[in-house]
Design a protein around this ligand. Structure first.
Ligand code: 6PG
Length: 249
């Protein structure tokens, strides 16, 4: 079993600086990776933090990206119509996808229009299997957020034990988020699928994340799903001063 990558933490004064650095890093990895393979699989995060990064990628602030060689996936989704204001796919469409020449058949949203969350999870599993024969080798990069409770994607501390998350046999599963979350019905890639990514890049900004970030980065508290993310090669954290007030070096 290869050694899990250590977390590399980059701290920025604010979301804008964080987003610009993350755009630069992602653009560089995409361009470098496509020198030796013909497609790049990028899994997008939901929530609000990634929006600015997506806008920067759309503006090609760093450099034109080869969208004809990029496939977009999602790490999780809310079970709402894809054009619903709370949809993660809707946010990425507004901030990025509508503004770049990516072929429509290379954008793979979770099919929340299907009859049930179970049907959507089964269908998305088939989509992932078509692109990744094995869960141990999935995305080139997965973008992830962090909730104040230590959740990431839609893996919540209350919806399973660390061992259940590690041992999950599924690729995608329906989840009911804890009551504090407005959108309760969700779909999420499981931890093994997240960890099949070559690179995992967390984007963490704003108040209310400090405790979770400390527990993950300084205590490796595996009761928090975010602490269990162990990609194959690279684990990056882009955090702002509001989320990580004291730089811990
Ligand atoms: C979602 C995300 C979720 C998000 C975190 C952080 O569907 O909401 O997948 O895991 O990344 O809750 O959200 P913010 O970026 O809005 O703080």
């Amino acid at each position: 079993m290869s050694q899990s990558p250590a977390s590399v933490v980059h701290r920025f004064p604010d979301l804008e600086a964080l987003s610009r650095a993350a755009a630069q890093d992602l653009t560089a990895d995409i361009r470098e990776t496509l020198r030796s393979q013909d497609r790049y699989a990028l899994a997008l995060a939901g929530g609000s933090t990634p929006r600015r990064l997506y806008e920067l990628l759309a503006a090609e602030a760093e450099a034109p990206l080869p969208w004809s060689q990029i496939h977009l996936f999602w790490g999780d989704e809310r079970v709402v119509p894809l054009d619903h204001p709370d949809s993660n796919a809707r946010m990425a469409t507004d901030a990025l996808i509508d503004a770049v020449p990516i072929p429509a058949d290379q954008v793979h949203p979770m099919p929340t229009h299907l009859d049930s969350p179970d049907a959507a999870a089964t269908a998305y599993t088939e989509t992932l299997r078509r692109h990744f024969p094995d869960r141990s080798t999935t995305f080139d990069t997965i973008l992830l957020g962090l909730g104040g409770d230590g959740h990431t994607a839609s893996l919540f501390p209350e919806t399973g034990t660390p061992e259940q998350r590690r041992a999950d046999e599924e690729w995608v599963r329906p989840v009911t988020a804890p009551p504090r979350h407005e959108i309760s019905r969700r779909l999420t890639c499981t931890l093994p699928v997240l960890n099949g990514a070559r690179r995992a890049v967390f984007l963490v900004a704003g108040e209310g994340k400090e405790d979770a970030l400390t527990r993950v980065l300084d205590r490796d508290d595996s009761s928090l799903p975010a602490a269990q993310v162990r990609p194959r090669a690279t684990l990056l954290w882009y955090v702002d001063a509001a989320a990580r007030p004291q730089s811990s070096g």
